[in-house]
Design a protein around this ligand. Sequence first.
Ligand SMILES: Nc1nc2c(ncn2[C@@H]2O[C@H](COP(=O)(O)OP(=O)(O)O)[C@@H](O)[C@H]2O)c(=O)[nH]1
Ligand SMILES: [Mg+2]
Ligand SMILES: [Zn+2]
Length: 355
Amino acid sequence: MPLEDWGWDARWAAEFSALPGRGLRPARVVNERRGVYGVVAADGERDARLTGASRRKAGARANLPAVGDWLAVELSPGERVATVREILPRRTKLSRKAAGEALEEQVIAANLDAVFVTTALNQDFNPRRLERFLIVCRESGAEPVLLLNKLDACPDPKTYIEEARAVAAGAPVLTLSAKSGDGLTALSAWIKPGRTVGFVGTSGVGKSTIINRLRGDERLLTHATRVRDERGRHTTTSRDLYLLPGGGVLLDTPGMREMQFWEAGQGLAQSFEEIDALAPSCRFRDCGHDREPGCAVLAAVAAGTVAAARLAAWLKLRGELAAKAARVSPADQAAARRRSREARKAAPPRVRPPQ
Ligand SMILES: Nc1nc2c(ncn2[C@@H]2O[C@H](COP(=O)(O)OP(=O)(O)O)[C@@H](O)[C@H]2O)c(=O)[nH]1
Ligand SMILES: [Mg+2]
Ligand SMILES: [Zn+2]
């Protein structure tokens, strides 16, 4: 199985050959289960593990390998399980704030070229949630595409499509039906040999079904959605990379209800481009578009050229970002740096934190 099928290219090869270690081989993480990484290497699939020392050295969870990462692994003679030595610097990184109270980054996947933000044309459709997913995707560096699935079961998709376009901020909006196959071929503009595309969205919208159709088999489990609330059960429990027979790598993810962003500077501006574009016209350079006099955004809302719901969403998301920034105090940041310095001293620097 050539690694090129999995996205290996000259740039990865150059980074890999610049690594200091000897006897290393490249491998890509295709899944992770309780600290055991399923990886594909030139000689096929195998398991890989971190040593305890490099796990401690990594410090934050985000510095551990994630699905999609390219690794340098070492295989001792007679061993079946490889040892992870390095993570090649990530080209893109899809991160969110880990669910729960802790302020911790969770890397959903690394090195995605594009992300299909998937929803269904039914009551699952939620423009505010789509905005969040789009911000996270843009922040990752991957190209976002909005997929509106279950076209077969939607008598009137027009309003949904309009609402989707209003939040897409230029991202392509595609409608399709995984059930009938309608609209599926349009996805091939993004799914190409050597490219990796991830599916994200809440549970039950049809991510696994779409991937099944594209793979032409039924190996991924899907689960009948409960009829009453149209919500899916959590049948996809892990993140997995799949190689398509015709080329291209797809990432399936479990449904994500919570999508709090980790970083969102650019992602927020790009996802609210109509607001971002007006900001220079506000009287104050640091206008918060809240109640300031001479605010061009408020004027546009009054004139009906910017939707009030978009400004409300923007204000809320910006507030969340500010609250998160306030939680990471300078003292916390210094403590994190100290911890990672100590960890580096305690263990040889084998796993390099990704960029
Ligand atoms: N009517 C209809 N049902 C679909 C379509 N795609 C998926 N489903 C159904 O929606 C349910 C959830 O699908 P699944 O792929 O597990 O969703 P996931 O949680 O996003 O992976 C299953 O019962 C699928 O058969 C579609 O295009 N049309
Ligand atoms: Mg699924
Ligand atoms: Zn303003």
